[in-house]
Structure formats: C-alpha cells, structure tokens
Ligand binder design. Structure first.
Ligand code: 13P
Length: 296
C-alpha cells in the first residue's frame, strides 16, 4: 500500500480513549465541501480541540472520491498550520471494500456499518477488516442495533443494541462502538422523548469501549451530558451544521445581498461566507457542551 500524500492526520484511538477516561466526548463533524472543512479545522485550531472530520460514502462521492477528500484535508492541515489532532473518518462505510479503499487513500479512521446485516455477518466482516486496519494503524468503529431515521417518509426509532453483541464486538479489537440507544439521524420528531440511558449503561458495562452517539443534532443538552457520563466518547453531528449553514445563507439571500452587483455579492466567496461563519460558531457551541474544547 502506498500513501500518496504526506499526512499529519492521526487516527481516532488516542482521542476517544482520552475522552472516555476523562468523561468528555470528541466531536465528529460530517463535511460536504471546502467551506465545511476549512471552518471546522480553523475552529478546532482556534479552540485547541481535537476533532474527527467525517464523510459519508455519499459525501465523499459528491466531492469526487476519497483521494480528493484526503488531498483537500491534508492540504488544509499544512496551509492552515493545523497542529491539533485531526482524524479523517469514513462514516457508515457500507462494505469492507469501501473501508479498505478509504484506508488506502489515506483515511485514518473508518466505520464499518454492518447494522443492516444479520449480526453474525456483521461481526465476521468487522473481523475481516481488523487485520488491514491494524496494519495501517487506522481506528475502527462498528455498529450494533441500529440508528433511527427516515425511511419512506416515516421516522423510526431504530433498534436498541444488545449487550451480548456489544461484549463480543469488543473482542475484535475495534476502537469504538456505535449502538442504537433510541438515537435518530436527522431532526428529532415531536414524539421523540429521550435516549435510552438504561440501554447505554448496559452496553457500556458489557463492552467497556468508548461509545459513539450518532444522530447528535438536536439532542437536549442535559441528555448529551448524561450520555457522556455513561460512556459516550464521540458524538456525530451532521444535520445541525447543515441547518446552521442553511439559515445563514438564507439570511444573506433574503437581505438580497447576492443581488448587489456593485459589491459583487454574487461572488461565491461572499455568498458562502455567512454559512462558513455559522459553521464555525456551531462547532464552538457544540464542542463546549461535549467538553472537548482545549483538550488537544
Ligand atoms: P445527524 O445528521 O442527526 O447529526 O447525525 C449525524 C450522524 O450520526 C452521522 O453519522
């Protein structure tokens, strides 16, 4: 395997282990483009915060593939003089092949999401990935149960993780475990009440690993803090950043600033600037709650 790029990236292992031991959580932020990446890296550096930058398979395809993402992130680490620990993570990798492809391209952390598979198949694929990941010193996240979300217009709560499966997953050598604990991707519906803290406690006692909270957008602060106390060490956020970007961009357009030709309000660097600033502020607000600011 040859890594094309010189890289300052680190894997997620030390970050999430430190967070687990000291009861805070690392922010995992999904990126979509240059503005997203730059704002998160700058905010992380300014606040001395270790960070996990993540792409779903869809986002990485959108940006042109793993080598483009790796090139962009590594380039920014150099030119922005980023010295805080940064991991580049594949979010919800759907196959072992995809995870390996990202590792070869230079990702330092991967999730293999076999939650849609029968459990035996899920764990056997995790095992299949582990040798390759270890060889490249890449951290691995697996998932049991399932995270809720929208399917055919209906929002489901997902399936709670099973403690026996959590204990067995821990024996594979994975770095961290995601599990269904009543969490949902996207906006939480009106009827949603709470994370299942009993489930989280049981899973944590069974696996003793840093655990990952998916669907980190819009969970009330007291629940986030309680989840961190019970073993959540990485919190995934996507929708909240997108909403912040949307709101700031909408404000710019509603103020008709994009139509100010004299000020070149149509220049994408101006059009996207409010969203970029909003992303930075959202990062700062969330990482304060997660307790990871200043932990680099
Ligand atoms: P949200 O979009 O709900 O923040 O979830 C993000 C996530 O869990 C990515 O894996």
């Amino acid at each position: 395997m040859s890594r094309i790029y010189h890289s300052k990236l680190v894997n997620s292992t030390k970050m999430v282990k430190d967070a687990h031991a000291n009861k805070y959580a690392i922010g995992h932020f999904n990126i979509n483009n240059l503005e997203w990446t730059k704002s998160i890296l700058e905010a992380a550096q300014e606040s001395n915060t270790p960070v996990i930058i993540a792409t779903s398979e869809g986002a990485l395809k959108y940006m042109g593939g793993a080598p483009v993402v790796v090139g962009m992130v590594n380039g920014l680490l150099e030119t922005l003089n980023i010295t805080v620990p940064v991991a580049l993570h594949l979010d919800h990798g759907q196959s072992v092949e995809m995870a390996k492809k990202c590792i070869e391209a230079g990702y330092s952390s991967v999730m293999f999401d076999g939650s849609h598979l029968p459990y035996e198949e899920n764990i056997s694929k995790v095992k299949e990935l582990m040798d390759f990941a270890n060889e490249h010193e890449v951290s691995v996240e697996a998932e049991i149960g399932s995270i809720g979300g929208e399917e055919d217009g209906v929002v489901g709560e997902g399936e709670l993780g099973d403690p026996n499966q959590a204990a067995e997953m821990a024996t594979t050598g994975i770095t961290m475990l995601a599990a269904g604990i009543g969490n949902i991707h996207g906006k939480y519906p009106e009827w949603w009440k709470s994370l299942s803290f009993d489930t989280l406690e049981e899973l944590q006692a069974a696996c003793k690993l840093p655990m990952v909270l998916h669907g980190g957008s819009g969970i009330p602060q007291d629940q986030v803090e309680k989840a961190i106390k019970l073993g959540i060490s990485k919190i995934n956020v996507n929708t909240e950043l997108q909403l912040a970007f949307r709101d700031a961009t909408r404000e710019y357009i509603e103020a008709k600033k994009d139509l100010d030709d004299e000020a070149k309000g149509f220049d994408p660097r101006k059009l996207l600037a409010p969203g970029y600033k909003a992303l930075k502020q959202t990062f700062m607000d969330l990482t304060k709650v997660f307790g990871c600011q200043g932990k680099a």
